[in-house]
Design a binder for this molecule. Sequence first.
Ligand code: HEC
Ligand code: HEC
Ligand code: HEC
Ligand code: HEC
Ligand code: HEC
Ligand code: HEC
Ligand code: HEC
Ligand code: HEC
Ligand code: HEC
Ligand code: HEC
Ligand code: HEC
Ligand code: HEC
Ligand code: HEC
Length: 446
Amino acid sequence: MNKTLLIVCLAGSMTLLPISPASAESCTTSTCHPAITGLKNQHSPVKDGDCLACHKQIANAHPAKGNKGFELTAKGAALCAQCHEAMGKKKDVHAPVKEGDCLACHKPHGANNRFLLEVGDDQRELCFSCHDSAAFKEKYLHGPAAVGACTKCHDPHESDEKHLSRIPARERCLRCHADFAKGMNDAKVIHAPVQLNQCYSCHDPHGSALPNMLTKKMPDLCVYCHKKVGEKMVNAKVPHKPLLQVGGCGTCHSAHFANAKGLLAADEMTVCLNCHGKDNLGTPPLKNIKREITSRKYLHGPILKGQCKACHDPHGSNFFRMLRGNYPRELYVPYKEGTYDACIGCHDKNLLRFEETSLYTKFRNGKRNLHYVHVANTRKGRTCRICHEPHASDEMRLINKKGYQFGDWNIPINFEITPTGGRCAPGCHQPIAYDREKPVAGGFAR
Ligand code: HEC
Ligand code: HEC
Ligand code: HEC
Ligand code: HEC
Ligand code: HEC
Ligand code: HEC
Ligand code: HEC
Ligand code: HEC
Ligand code: HEC
Ligand code: HEC
Ligand code: HEC
Ligand code: HEC
Ligand code: HEC
């Protein structure tokens, strides 16, 4: 039988105790239900004595043991929807709300705290009555989560955002982290996941075992997305130390935003020279590159443009000195395809290929290619470093002025350039000259 009908039948056959809103005091006397009016924050209709907004008398025997004299005017959420706007229209509805279980959180008559809740600003007890509290016991907790300000971020009822977020999560983060937001607005480069709605791809909004509530330790956090850099970091034959040290990726990059390209703290060269401007970096110590290039008369093209990464891969490589291509570590290695890729990535390889040329290099006596003579020589192919500096020099054509270290002696070049050729008095052979227009006989001429 229909329930409403039943009530109507009952009502027809019995006399109901006339309980009107005005007589609410009759329900909440000192002996009957005193607790209800004793509550600090009473629900508005309770305060108004409108007990019947929610209770309907169905039997006149009240009070009577074991006999339910009242039933609710509606079930579940419908009871509340008599006065409050119905919920459940948004994309994501909190499970207990969907089930109409408003009373899982609210006390219908009133409570000691606002919003008909047993809990105050610290909502943990309420939320943890259903949710696992493990994530909130990590070593590093987020301030607002640690003090149970859950609904600062979450809507307890429903939301069009994921995870019941009140507003898009990123915006939520930035409203509290206003300094951060300002810094970001002023920055030239913003990291893609920071720009998108993904602060929590790196941070757990509640807490984690890692400082700054990071979701993974460094550098795993970064290489999770940057797989190629990660592979290089681990597999490179010549790795770059700072990637493997404590600060990891963070020694050079900001995780969020920066004013320099590549999320660097400063322009690329400054970043490199921060470390490579020291005398005792590495074992055995590496050259102090800052000194190698400051106040030099001639800077190599890429250096002039402030680029180190044009030749070196900052994340490590398979080649000597982290170069982007092959470059022999040894002093004598004859040119053949592939041996000097670090240079011929930019320079024409024909510089080294032909015994005779009138085109590919100025280092020739008549047509005789002196690069070929020196470098392609199969018995003793001299590496570029015997004559050239890679970064900068006080000598034209980046000629190595002080000479390359040969055991405990520096091989001097004593180079002089002329409009059509040049002359050297190297530690390798007798002084010798070359001229492109009037080949020097007895010198490099044939
Ligand atoms: C907004 C709706 C609402 C109003 C108004 C309301 N009640 Fe209730 N009341 C409920 C609900 C819902 C329950 C059932 C609680 C449960 O099942 O946990 C209830 C339960 C009760 C109970 C039985 C359990 C208990 O908490 O002791 C009594 C008695 C009661 N109400 C008395 C009153 C009186 C008296 C008033 C008026 C002063 C009143 N109610 C006003 C919703 C209301
Ligand atoms: C008879 C009408 C009526 C019913 C039924 C009703 N409410 Fe209310 N409720 C009100 C009014 C009126 C207010 C006060 C609104 C205001 O202050 O703006 C209120 C306020 C509230 C508040 C805020 C209290 C605070 O401290 O600010 C909550 C939470 C609430 N109701 C929950 C419920 C729930 C849950 C139900 C169902 C169990 C329910 N209400 C049923 C009329 C009702
Ligand atoms: C999971 C717990 C939970 C459930 C379930 C829940 N609420 Fe709430 N509700 C809260 C909390 C917490 C607040 C306090 C306001 C805040 O922090 O956002 C609140 C506030 C309210 C308010 C007053 C402020 C506002 O947002 O308008 C009303 C009215 C309300 N709830 C009604 C309901 C109704 C109706 C239902 C059932 C359909 C319901 N609530 C179910 C936790 C809950
Ligand atoms: C009566 C039990 C209950 C209470 C109390 C409760 N929740 Fe939930 N909540 C659930 C259930 C059930 C789910 C769904 C879980 C699931 O899908 O795995 C859920 C899901 C959620 C979700 C995930 C929603 C999503 O789409 O991913 C959030 C966020 C959440 N609750 C926050 C809260 C907060 C904050 C509180 C305290 C104010 C709270 N809950 C209190 C039962 C509860
Ligand atoms: C600073 C904002 C913020 C605070 C404070 C916060 N949360 Fe969350 N919460 C989030 C965000 C963002 C997500 C989604 C995270 C994700 O997808 O990795 C989330 C996810 C959740 C989820 C669903 C996914 C899960 O981890 O199971 C639950 C449940 C939840 N929060 C409960 C709570 C409770 C309970 C509190 C208070 C003790 C709380 N949150 C405090 C922002 C917050
Ligand atoms: C309700 C305000 C509020 C919201 C919303 C908020 N935070 Fe916070 N957050 C704080 C406070 C307060 C601190 C502690 C600040 C301090 O110690 O100086 C903090 C600290 C942090 C820290 C540093 C933690 C540490 O160990 O020092 C990170 C990272 C962080 N928040 C990320 C986020 C992210 C990501 C979001 C969005 C999902 C977010 N916050 C949303 C208030 C907020
Ligand atoms: C790619 C990963 C990543 C993303 C995405 C990310 N963070 Fe961070 N965040 C970090 C790392 C790593 C740290 C710790 C050291 C540092 O500052 O670089 C950190 C530290 C923080 C700190 C504490 C230190 C400080 O700078 O005040 C706050 C606050 C913070 N993040 C907020 C955010 C907010 C807000 C977002 C989203 C707009 C966000 N983060 C997105 C990786 C990330
Ligand atoms: C959630 C995935 C994700 C995580 C985690 C992540 N990144 Fe990124 N990162 C991206 C995307 C997407 C881009 C933009 C596309 C690209 O260049 O690959 C990017 C770009 C970059 C760039 C180039 C920026 C530019 O403007 O040239 C650098 C540098 C970078 N990330 C460093 C890091 C570092 C350091 C970390 C760890 C703190 C990290 N990333 C973690 C996704 C991620
Ligand atoms: C020694 C400094 C240094 C360290 C440490 C470092 N990087 Fe870089 N990274 C650079 C430089 C320099 C660039 C080139 C920036 C530009 O000009 O675009 C770069 C570029 C990138 C780029 C842009 C695309 C690419 O591959 O060139 C990504 C992504 C990146 N780094 C991720 C990482 C990750 C992940 C780590 C940690 C595993 C890391 N970096 C560690 C210096 C460094
Ligand atoms: C945080 C300090 C730091 C920064 C920044 C840095 N380096 Fe290094 N670099 C080192 C250390 C330490 C070594 C290793 C010394 C060793 O292994 O003995 C090294 C080694 C090298 C080597 C030699 C590799 C080998 O094993 O032969 C080159 C080349 C190099 N770095 C280039 C660069 C370039 C280019 C940049 C800028 C993109 C840069 N470095 C930024 C610290 C740094
Ligand atoms: C045109 C290519 C090129 C550019 C640009 C370049 N390098 Fe080099 N770098 C080399 C070559 C080639 C070597 C190997 C020199 C040798 O051993 O003969 C080298 C060697 C090094 C070494 C190891 C020095 C040693 O102790 O032998 C460091 C450190 C270094 N470079 C850092 C840098 C930094 C920092 C920058 C940017 C300021 C930079 N390089 C720019 C080509 C380049
Ligand atoms: C025996 C000394 C010597 C060796 C070894 C040497 N060079 Fe040269 N190189 C010179 C001289 C001298 C010049 C200047 C020619 C002139 O302008 O008169 C020069 C000029 C150049 C030039 C400027 C363009 C041109 O050819 O006129 C480039 C580029 C160059 N060399 C690259 C290399 C490379 C790459 C290597 C190693 C594969 C190398 N050199 C090895 C002596 C040498
Ligand atoms: C990233 C590109 C690049 C790489 C790699 C490169 N160079 Fe250069 N090089 C240049 C540019 C640009 C110039 C100046 C413009 C020009 O003369 O072509 C230059 C000029 C030179 C000059 C002539 C300087 C002058 O005063 O005229 C020599 C010598 C030279 N490079 C040698 C080398 C050697 C040796 C290598 C390998 C260790 C090398 N380069 C690798 C880009 C590069």
